[in-house]
Ligand binder design. Structure first.
Ligand code: ATP
Ligand code: MG
Length: 349
C-alpha cells in the first residue's frame, strides 16, 4: 500500500498540546500495521498570523491540496483579538479553497461518561447518530444581505446541485451505518426546504436500501433530547446544522471529546475537534486529548478505510476512560500526557 500523506495544522493555545498527543497515538497504533503515512506541518491560524501575517498562507493551501487528509487542531484566541485578519477567517478560507462543503459530527457517548449528559443512561447507550451539515451555502452566505435602522434582510439560497452533493455525502455515510437518513428542514414554510425534499425524493431512488424520513427542524430539536435513538444520519442545511450540532454535543456532556470531519467531492477531508483553543487551560498540561485522538480515529475510518486500526484506537480510548485516567474536564486528575500514555499502553494490549 502506498504511503499516505497527512497535513498537520497544529493550532493555537491547547492546539499543539493535543495534536502532539494525537500523533503519538497514531504512531503507536500504526506501528505493527500495514498503514504507512507521513506527516507534513503547515502554518495556519494564529501561529500563521504571527509568522506570515496571514491565517492561511498560500503554501498551506497548495500543500494541503496535495495531501490525503488534513488534521487540524483548534485555532484562535485572545492574542489575535485585534489582528487585522482573525485566525477564524482562515477556517472559512480553507473550506472554500478545498471545497469542503459538508461538516459531519458524530454523537455517541461513552457509557462511563454518561453522568455528564442530561439524558438517561439507557437512552444514551443506544444513541449513535451523525449530523451532516451543509457548510458553504444557505443563509450564512446568501446575498443580498442588507441592514438599515428600519429593516434588515438575509437571503437563503440553495441550488439543486448543492443539495445533491450534500445528500451524496450523507447517503454514502448511512451505507456504512444503519442505512437510515433523516432530512431536517422547515418545508412547511421555506422554499429552499421544499427544494431539498424534491431533490431528495429523486436522489433516494439510487439508494433503495436506505430508509428516508423527513423532520421539521423544531420537532427534530426536541427529538434530539427526548428520543435521540430515532436518528442515524441527519442531513440538513447550514443554519439548522449549526444549531442542532451544538445541541447534540450537549448530549455527550463534554466538549473535550468530540471530533468532526469536513468533506468535499474530491480532495482531502479535514478532521478536527469541535472545541476551541481553550486559552484558559493552555500550557497547564491538562487539555483533554480525546477529541483529537477521536478525530484521528475518524480519519482512519473515513479517509483511509482502516477500520481495524480505528477500532483499536476506539477500544484503547474506551479502556482509558473506564479506568478513569481522565483529565479535569471529565472529572479526573490526569494530565494530557498521562491520558495519552495510558491510551498508548492500552493499544499494546
Ligand atoms: P471557540 O469560540 O473557539 O469555539 P469557545 O469560547 O467555544 O471557543 P472553547 O475553547 O471551545 O471555547 O472552550 C470552552 C470551555 O471548554 C473552556 O473552558 C475550555 O477550557 C474547555 N475545553 C475546550 N476544549 C477542551 C479540552 N480539549 N480539554 C479540556 N477542556 C476543554
Ligand atoms: Mg465555541
Amino acid at each position: 500500500m502506498s504511503k499516505k500523506v497527512i497535513a498537520i495544522l497544529r493550532g493555537d493555545y491547547i492546539g499543539p498540546e493535543i495534536m502532539e498527543a494525537g500523533l503519538k497515538v497514531l504512531d503507536a497504533a500504526s506501528k505493527d500495521s500495514s498503514f504507512q503515512y507521513e506527516t507534513i506541518d503547515y502554518p495556519f491560524g494564529g501561529a500563521a498570523i504571527d509568522q506570515y501575517s496571514e491565517p492561511l498562507p498560500q503554501q498551506t493551501i497548495a500543500g494541503c491540496k496535495k495531501t490525503d487528509a488534513i488534521l487540524l487542531s483548534a485555532i484562535g484566541g485572545p492574542k489575535w483579538d485585534t489582528a487585522k485578519k482573525r485566525p477564524e477567517k482562515g477556517l472559512l478560507e480553507i473550506r472554500n479553497a478545498l471545497g469542503l462543503f459538508s461538516n459531519i459530527r458524530p454523537t455517541k457517548v461513552d457509557p462511563n461518561l454518561s453522568h455528564f449528559s442530561p439524558v438517561k443512561q439507557e437512552i444514551l447507550n443506544e444513541t449513535d447518530f451523525v449530523i451532516v451539515r451543509e457548510l458553504t451555502s444557505g443563509i450564512y452566505f446568501g446575498t443580498p444581505r442588507e441592514q438599515n435602522e428600519e429593516k434588515a434582510l438575509d437571503t437563503t439560497t440553495y441550488t439543486a446541485q448543492e443539495v445533491k452533493r450534500i445528500l451524496k455525502i450523507g447517503f454514502e455515510m448511512s451505507m456504512h451505518r444503519r442505512k437510515h437518513v433523516t432530512i431536517v428542514d422547515k418545508a412547511n414554510v421555506l422554499a429552499t426546504s421544499k427544494l431539498w425534499r424534491q431533490v431528495t425524493e429523486e436522489f433516494k431512488k439510487s439508494y433503495p436500501e436506505v430508509t428516508v424520513d423527513y423532520s421539521y427542524v423544531d420537532a427534530a430539536a426536541m427529538k434530539i433530547i427526548t428520543q435521540p435513538t430515532a436518528f442515524d444520519v441527519i442531513i440538513t442545511a447550514n443554519l439548522f446544522g449549526d444549531i442542532l450540532s451544538d445541541e447534540a454535543s450537549v448530549l455527550t456532556g463534554s466538549l473535550g471529546t468530540i471530533p468532526s470531519m469536513s468533506a468535499g467531492t474530491d480532495g482531502p477531508n479535514l478532521y478536527e475537534p469541535i472545541h476551541g483553543s481553550a486559552p484558559d487551560i493552555a500550557g497547564k498540561g491538562i487539555a483533554d486529548p480525546i477529541s483529537m485522538i477521536q478525530s484521528i480515529e475518524m480519519m482512519l475510518r473515513e479517509s483511509f478505510n482502516e477500520t481495524l486500526l480505528a477500532d483499536k484506537i476506539a477500544a484503547a480510548v474506551q479502556k482509558t476512560i473506564e479506568d478513569k485516567i481522565i483529565t479535569p474536564d471529565l472529572g479526573g486528575t490526569a494530565t494530557t500526557q498521562e491520558v495519552t500514555a495510558n491510551i498508548v499502553k492500552n493499544l499494546k494490549g
